[in-house]
Each structure stands twice: as structure tokens, then as C-alpha cells.
Design a protein around this ligand. Structure first.
Ligand SMILES: O=P(O)(O)OC[C@H]1O[C@H](O[C@H]2O[C@H](CO)[C@@H](O)[C@H](O)[C@H]2O)[C@H](O)[C@@H](O)[C@@H]1O
Length: 269
């Protein structure tokens, strides 16, 4: 179902309705983005860690019998798993790899195109080596070019060289998408966080409430996957989104997770 984009409302406005919905539900499926949602955005991607309150709240909700928790991240699966403990499900590389029920599923086309991603990342390591603070994150199925700390005057060079490398080694097989101060290089396939969330949600009872919290462009497909029956919460401003609700920052995510853990709905012991 198509969900129109409009400015999300402050989450506080939706809490009474969500409490009532939870009271009638069998369980809660809580899907969480990582960077910008559980972990504040920082200059160095290797330094990103969840806030202590988010770490504790996720661990507590993950231990509750009626709650299924999933982290759905643009990071490599192996990377994001090391950054946050507790969830029973992890999706990495924007849903191209999915760990659940003791095994890992990898999108078959993405797997085939990993060699091309690797070639693009290697080429960019060389061609962008002289650009200050330009980081290349090779995530195997996708690659990220970080421009957050690149001098503004050098940004156009980074974008041009990234385009050239993708054209040269990727052809029509790879595409570039944008995120928060990043260029994402990945397989040109109709698969993203939204499809991963649909797969995850297909495994829980229809009476389960699905909540997705995220802050970036790739989270929009996940909001569309859960809305309107479930609840999308965008972390950020009130720019149009497919999420119904918003909070401002990861600190507010922690407050919401704590609220979920103490609603008295019986979902959380
Ligand atoms: O889906 P997510 O879990 O939000 O991952 C999206 C990207 O997050 C990371 O980059 C972002 O966070 C960095 C650390 O705060 C920041 O420096 C960067 O500017 C942000 O775009 C991660 O490094 C990427 O691989 C993810 O795709």
C-alpha cells in the first residue's frame, strides 16, 4: 500500500493511541536503525556507539518474551552485530544480508556483485587517497564513501571520482544512492530495508504491532513497509516522511524505548 509523505507528528501525540494498540496486541516487533537512531552521528564511522540508555533499553526489550527486536542497518552485518547486543534479528547492508533463526541469508544478486563493489572501493582508496578525511568503508555487498569531514572544496571531486569508478567497474550492475553525508555504492536491485522488514514481519503473528525507528533516506522504505498498520518513527526534523511520527534525536529514542518497556501493557515484564 502506498503511504503518502507528509510531515511526521511529534511522537508524544501518538502515545495514547499506541498504548491502546499495544494493549490489544499479541506482541511487539521493534525494528531499529543504528546510526542516527541508537547511536548519535559522529565524524568517524568507526567511533559510532549506541548511547548507554539505548543500549540498556534495547537489552531490556530484547529480553521481554512478547517483544521481538531487530536491528536494520546500512552497516555490514558483522559490523553492526558487534555494536549492539540483544536483538534476535539483524539486517545489514540495508537489508541485503539478514541474520535470523541461526542462519544468514544474502541477496543472491548482491552476492554476485560483491566483486565489483570491491573493485570500486579499491579504486577509490587510490584515487581519493589525497582527499583529506575521505573514508571508504568497504562493506562487501555495498561500499560507502564518507564526505562528512571532507573539505567542502573537495566534495565535488569525491562525487565525480565515485561516479567514474562506479561507471568503470559497475556499469549497470551498481548504483549510487545518498545518505547522511555519504555516497552509498550498491547493487542495482529492488531490495532495501523495506523488503527486509516485510520478511521479518511475515514471521510474527498478524496481531503483532510493528514499530520501525530510523533517521535516514533508506529508512523510508521501512516506514512504508510498516505503515499504516504499524508505526514509523522518524528521528529528525519534520521534513516529509512516510513515518507518521518523529522524535528529534537518539536521546528521544531512548525515552521512547523506556516508555515501551513500561507501558503496563503486559507485553514487557
Ligand atoms: O542504516 P544505518 O544503521 O543508519 O547506517 C547508515 C550508514 O551509517 C553510517 O554512516 C553514518 O554514520 C556515521 C557515524 O555516525 C557518520 O559519520 C556518517 O556521516 C553517516 O552517514 C555507516 O558508516 C554507513 O556504512 C551506513 O550505511
Amino acid at each position: 500500500m502506498t503511504v503518502a509523505q507528509s510531515p511526521p507528528r511529534p511522537l508524544d501525540d501518538g502515545l495514547p493511541q499506541l498504548r491502546a494498540t499495544l494493549e490489544d496486541a499479541d506482541g511487539l516487533l521493534l525494528c531499529l536503525d543504528f546510526d542516527g537512531t541508537l547511536a548519535p552521528i559522529v565524524d568517524d564511522p568507526n567511533a559510532a556507539v549506541p548511547s548507554e540508555r539505548n543500549r540498556e533499553a534495547v537489552a531490556s526489550l530484547a529480553a521481554a518474551p512478547s517483544v521481538t527486536t531487530a536491528v536494520v542497518s546500512g552497516r555490514a552485518l558483522s559490523d553492526v552485530r558487534e555494536r549492539i547486543d540483544g536483538p534476535s534479528i539483524y539486517a545489514g547492508n540495508h537489508g541485503l544480508e539478514l541474520a535470523r533463526r541461526g542462519s544468514i541469508a544474502v541477496h543472491p544478486v548482491a552476492r554476485k556483485r560483491a566483486a565489483r563493489v570491491d573493485r570500486v572501493c579499491s579504486a577509490l582508496e587510490d584515487s581519493l587517497a589525497s582527499v583529506p578525511n575521505c573514508r571508504i568503508e568497504n562493506k562487501r555487498l555495498t561500499g560507502t564513501v564518507h564526505v562528512r569531514s571532507v573539505p567542502p572544496a573537495a566534495e565535488s571531486v569525491v562525487r565525480r571520482r565515485t561516479r567514474e569508478a562506479v561507471d568503470r567497474f559497475g556499469g549497470d550492475a551498481l548504483e549510487i544512492s545518498l545518505g547522511k553525508r555519504i555516497l552509498e555504492i550498491g547493487p542495482d536491485v529492488p531490495w532495501g530495508k523495506g523488503q527486509a522488514v516485510e520478511l521479518i514481519a511475515a514471521d510474527v503473528s498478524p496481531e503483532t504491532v510493528v514499530v520501525y525507528i530510523g533517521d535516514d533516506v533508506t529508512d523510508e522504505s521501512a516506514f512504508r513497509a510498516v505503515e499504516p498498520d504499524g508505526v514509523g518513527v522518524r528521528v529528525g526534523n519534520d521534513d516529509p516522511s512516510s513515518a507518521s511520527y518523529r522524535v528529534r534525536a537518539p536521546a528521544d529514542v531512548a525515552a521512547f524505548l523506556s516508555w515501551l518497556g513500561s507501558t503496563g501493557t503486559g507485553l514487557v515484564e
